[in-house]
Ligand binder design. Structure first.
Ligand code: ADP
Ligand code: MG
Length: 456
């Protein structure tokens, strides 16, 4: 049986390079794998509008990629998340049947053999100051699971390597002892599975679910913040956690924030998450970003000049997935014109659409609007001279986002903000830049607002 999570992860890898990053992030990345029904891959989305857009514009390409990964896929269907349970009832194992014997056999066997993405290994993970602790902890845990850091909790902003590290652990353990039962699951899948178990009301399904989780030697749950507000899953997970923990089974969790910032998650879970070791991954510095680009280029056998690597690294500072997207565009354009892009000006030209695009679509009023909505304050208050604490932070965040996302001159930003001096604007920008490095709450706030802006 094909593991749908891994199968869709592989498809997404490819799709992330074949769509514009913004299209990928807004429409494709959010699709969730539900199940296979009659060899049709079922994906879900939250909104009717998203379903329509994906169906009319992107479905063919998704289908092509899915079929290229496994020719037994007969179709791809998009459903609403609310229909997921209904489809899961109809699901059947995605079997190696009929249509394409040899290739299917091969690809399915690999998926079954080692469920972790081949390319996400420790060797392919570039070490830098920003990730050194997380990397060391993951390596220790792979060598001695269950004995030292249990649970291991890794947190960071998006696209900084959490999932890569989990797969690297899985790959290494699998290589060392192929019989060990290493289970990787995203928190979203855990929720979906539990909902279907609850809905089915079947005692066998319930036993199967419990067995699956309690029989593993190592449990990795990716993006645990997804359990926020999912009380039933938290309850079930609490018991799974206790059972595994008491049997010295290794538990590894990732999240976009630290356990203490998972504020609305049940306290008893948050406390447990802090029992072992908590490590974070920061945004990589310039040197690490360039090293990562060189590494990815080498994997694609692309000769990447220092100039172009630096140009890409300068233009993508806080999300490695996004940075890879830029590199892939350079590789793609180079192959189209049969002329490798080696200079900064050619790279600038090749990427101008993307880099401009993103900024073009946002203006100051969007940023101001998003900040006010996020902090639940009025624009009058944001622009006012009032210095109360609840206004100072949003004001600085808005200024920071404008300086980061738009080319607006500082003096003009000062004018927008009630005639403030440009040095005040510089102070606000620098203050938030520093805070992001040391204060996870501010980092998450800025990331959330950016997300609101990009996913409008
Ligand atoms: P997250 O799970 O934190 O959102 P991912 O693990 O999906 O991030 O990483 C996004 C992309 O960045 C992946 O392609 C991954 O290989 C790459 N990446 C992140 N950190 C590194 C690193 N230190 N070295 C090499 N690649 C990295
Ligand atoms: Mg991830």
């Amino acid at each position: 049986m094909v593991d749908i999570e891994n199968f869709w992860a592989e498809c997404k890898e490819e799709l992330s390079t074949s769509f514009q990053t913004i299209v990928y992030e807004v429409w494709i990345e959010k699709l969730k794998p539900v199940c296979f029904v009659d060899n049709k891959l079922v994906l879900s989305t939250i909104a009717q509008q998203a379903k329509r857009t994906v169906e009319s514009k992107y479905l063919d390409r998704i289908k092509n990629v899915a079929v290229s990964k496994n020719p037994s896929v007969s179709d791809v269907i998009i459903i609403l998340e609310s229909q997921a349970a209904e489809f899961m009832e109809k699901q059947n194992d995605f079997s190696e049947n009929n249509n394409s014997p040899s290739k299917t056999d091969k690809s399915q066997r690999t998926v079954k053999k080692c469920p972790f993405l081949e390319k996400y290994t420790f060797d392919a993970f570039v070490e830098g100051k920003s990730n050194a602790y997380a990397l060391a902890a993951c390596k220790t845990v792979s060598e001695n699971p269950g004995t030292k850091y249990n649970p291991l909790f890794i947190y960071s902003g998006v696209g900084l390597g959490k999932t890569h590290l989990l797969h690297a652990i899985g790959n290494l353990i699998y290589k060392q002892s192929p019989k060990s039962n290493v289970l990787y699951v995203s928190a979203e899948t855990l929720v979906t599975e539990l909902i279907s178990v609850i809905r089915s009301k079947s005692p066998e399904d319930n036993t199967h679910f419990r067995e699956k989780y309690r029989s593993c030697d190592i449990l990795m749950i990716d993006d645990i913040q997804f359990l926020i507000g999912k009380d039933a899953t938290q309850e079930a997970f609490f018991h799974i956690f206790n059972d595994l923990y008491h049997e010295n089974k290794q538990i590894i969790l990732t999240s976009d924030r630290s356990p203490k910032d998972l504020t609305t998650l049940e306290d008893r879970l948050r406390t447990r998450f802090s029992w072992g070791l908590t490590v974070d991954i920061q945004a990589p510095d310039m040197e690490t970003r360039v090293a990562i680009l060189k590494n990815k280029a080498a994997q694609s056998r692309f000769s990447l000049s220092d100039e172009v690597a630096e140009f890409i690294a300068e233009n993508s500072t806080s999300n490695i997935r996004e940075m890879e997207g830029l590199l892939n565009k350079i590789i793609f354009f180079s192959s189209l014109s049969n002329n490798t892009i080696t200079t900064r000006s050619l790279a600038e030209e090749a990427l101008s659409d993307f880099i401009e695009d993103k900024k073009d679509s946002i203006d100051t009023s969007d940023i101001v609007g998003a900040v006010c909505k996020y902090y639940k304050i009025s624009t009058e208050d944001l622009f006012s001279k009032k210095k109360t604490k609840n206004l100072v932070e949003p004001r600085m965040v808005a200024i920071y986002l404008i300086t980061e996302l738009l080319p607006t001159p500082l003096v003009q930003i000062g004018e927008i903000f009630g005639g403030r001096d440009h040095t005040t604007i510089i102070h606000a920008r620098d203050k938030i830049t520093d805070e992001i490095k040391v204060n996870p709450r501010i980092r998450i706030t800025v990331a959330d607002i950016k997300n609101m802006l990009l996913n409008r």
